[in-house]
Design a protein around this ligand. Structure first.
Ligand code: NAD
Ligand code: TDX
Length: 331
C-alpha cells in the first residue's frame, strides 16, 4: 500500500509517520509537507530511511496531482493549526485549510484514491462547563475562530465531494492531542519548556477552560482503525475521556517539576476563548473496536516531560521567537 501523508513533518503527522513505519512495514510512505514554521525535518530523522519527503504545498495543484496519482491512500494532516495565530493573521488558514483541502479533493476525485481527512472537535464550537453533554457526530457545526471555521469549511468540502462526486473519504474530529514533537507554541509544550527554563507557566484568564486530552499515539491508532475499517462518507469522533481544565494541567506539571501549586502566572485571555470541548467517541469504540492505550494522563504527561528534557535540541531553536510573539499580546 502506498500512503501519502500530508503535514507529516508536523506534530501529529510526524507521530503518525513514525507509527506507520514501526507497525506497518508493508506501507510505502511519502510525506508532502510545506515545512512552514510548524514543520520540521528533524521530526522525521528517526524514520528518514523509510520515508520519501517532498517539500511542497497541498495547494500546489500539479504537484498534488502527481503525488496523489502515485498513491493508494491520502491521509490529510496538513493545516495551519494554531488558534492564536489565526487571530493575528487568518490568511494562511484560508489558503491551506480550505484551498489546500480543495486541491487534494480534486486530485483524489480524478485518480479515485481513498482519502482520510483529519479534523478537530473545535468545529462544533464549545460547551458550557456545567453541561453534561459531549460532542457527537450529530452536533451542529458552530466554529468560533478563524482556525476552527476553516477546519469546519474543509470538513464540509469533504462531505460534499463524497455526496456529489462519490469520493471515497472518511473524516475524523479529534480532541486536544499531547505527546512528543508538539510545537512549543501549544499549551502543554509551552509550559513544559517554560518549566525546564525555570519560567512560570502562563495560564490564559482564570484557567477554567476544559480540553479533552488524548495522547497522540491513541489519535493515530484511531486514524488507522478508520482507514482499515471505517465506513466511506462517515465522520468518526476521536477522544479518550480526558477532560481537564487548564489549571489542573498546569498544577500537574508543577507537581511533576517539584514546584509549588501556585507558581504560575495568569496572563491575558484569548479573545473568543472556547470554554469546553468534550468528545463522545462511542461510534469509534463500538463500530471499530478502538480503545485508547494511554488512559493515565499523569503518566502520559510525565513521559512527555521526559521527551522534552531529552530533546532540547529539537525545541530550543523555536522557543525564544514563540515567547517574543506571545509577549506582544500580553500572553
Ligand atoms: P502542526 O501545526 O504541528 O503541523 C502542521 C503541518 O502541516 C506542518 O508540518 C506544516 O509544515 C504543514 N503544512 C502547513 N501548511 C501546509 C501546506 N500548505 N502544504 C503542506 N504542508 C503544510 O499541526 P498538528 O497539531 O500536527 O495538527 C495536524 C492536524 O490535526 C491538523 O489538521 C489539525 O487541524 C488536526 N488536529 C490537531 C489537534 C491538536 O491537538 N494538535 C487536534 C485535533 C485535530
Ligand atoms: O500559554 C497558553 N496558556 C493557556 O492557558 C496557551 C498556549 C494556551 N492556553 C490555553 C488555551 C486553551 O484553552 O490552553 C488551552 C489549549 O491551548 P492550545 O494548545 O492553543 O490548543 P487549542 O486552542 O485548544 O487547540 C488545539 O486543540 C484542537 C490545537 O492547537 C488545535 O489544532 C486542535 O484542533
Amino acid at each position: 500500500m502506498r500512503v501519502l501523508i500530508t503535514g507529516g513533518a508536523g506534530f501529529i503527522g510526524a507521530n503518525f509517520t513514525h507509527q506507520t513505519v514501526r507497525e506497518r512495514p508493508d506501507v510505502r510512505v511519502t510525506v508532502l509537507d510545506a515545512l512552514t514554521y510548524a514543520g520540521d525535518v528533524k521530526s522525521l530523522v528517526p524514520v528518514a530511511d523509510h520515508v520519501t519527503l517532498v517539500r511542497g504545498s497541498i495547494a500546489d495543484e500539479p504537484l498534488v496531482d502527481r503525488l496523489v496519482g502515485e498513491s493508494d491512500v491520502v491521509v490529510h494532516f496538513a493545516a495551519e493549526s494554531h488558534n492564536d495565530n489565526s487571530l493575528n493573521d487568518p490568511s494562511p488558514f484560508v489558503q491551506t485549510n480550505l484551498v489546500g483541502t480543495f486541491t487534494l479533493l480534486e486530485a483524489v476525485r480524478k485518480h479515485g484514491v481513498r482519502f482520510h481527512h483529519i479534523s478537530t472537535d473545535e468545529v462544533y464550537g464549545d460547551l458550557e462547563l456545567n453541561d453534561p453533554a459531549k460532542f457527537t457526530p450529530e452536533t451542529p457545526y458552530n466554529p468560533s475562530s478563524p482556525y476552527s471555521s476553516t477546519k469546519a469549511g474543509s470538513d464540509l468540502l469533504v462531505r460534499a465531494w463524497v455526496r456529489s462526486f462519490g469520493v471515497q473519504a472518511t473524516i475524523s474530529n479529534c480532541s486536544n492531542n499531547y505527546g512528543p514533537y508538539q510545537h512549543v507554541e501549544k499549551f502543554i509544550p509551552r509550559q513544559i519548556t517554560n518549566l525546564i527554563d525555570g519560567v512560570r507557566p502562563k495560564l490564559y484568564g482564570a484557567g477554567l477552560n476544559v480540553r479533552d486530552w488524548i495522547h497522540v499515539e491513541d489519535h493515530n491508532t484511531a486514524v488507522w482503525a478508520i482507514i482499515d475499517k471505517g465506513r466511506i462518507g462517515e465522520t468518526y469522533l476521536i477522544g479518550a475521556d480526558g477532560e481537564k481544565n487548564n489549571l489542573e494541567v498546569v498544577q500537574t506539571l508543577l507537581e511533576v517539576f517539584g514546584r509549588d501549586a501556585d507558581d504560575f502566572d495568569h496572563v491575558a485571555d484569548r479573545p473568543g476563548h472556547d470554554m469546553r470541548y468534550a468528545i463522545d467517541a462511542s461510534r469509534l469504540r463500538d463500530e471499530l473496536g478502538w480503545e485508547p492505550r494511554f488512559t493515565d494522563f499523569r503518566s502520559g504527561l510525565e513521559a512527555t516531560v521526559d521527551w522534552y528534557r531529552e530533546h532540547e535540541s529539537w525545541w530550543r531553536p523555536r522557543k525564544a521567537a514563540v515567547e517574543a510573539k506571545y509577549a506582544k499580546t500580553g500572553q
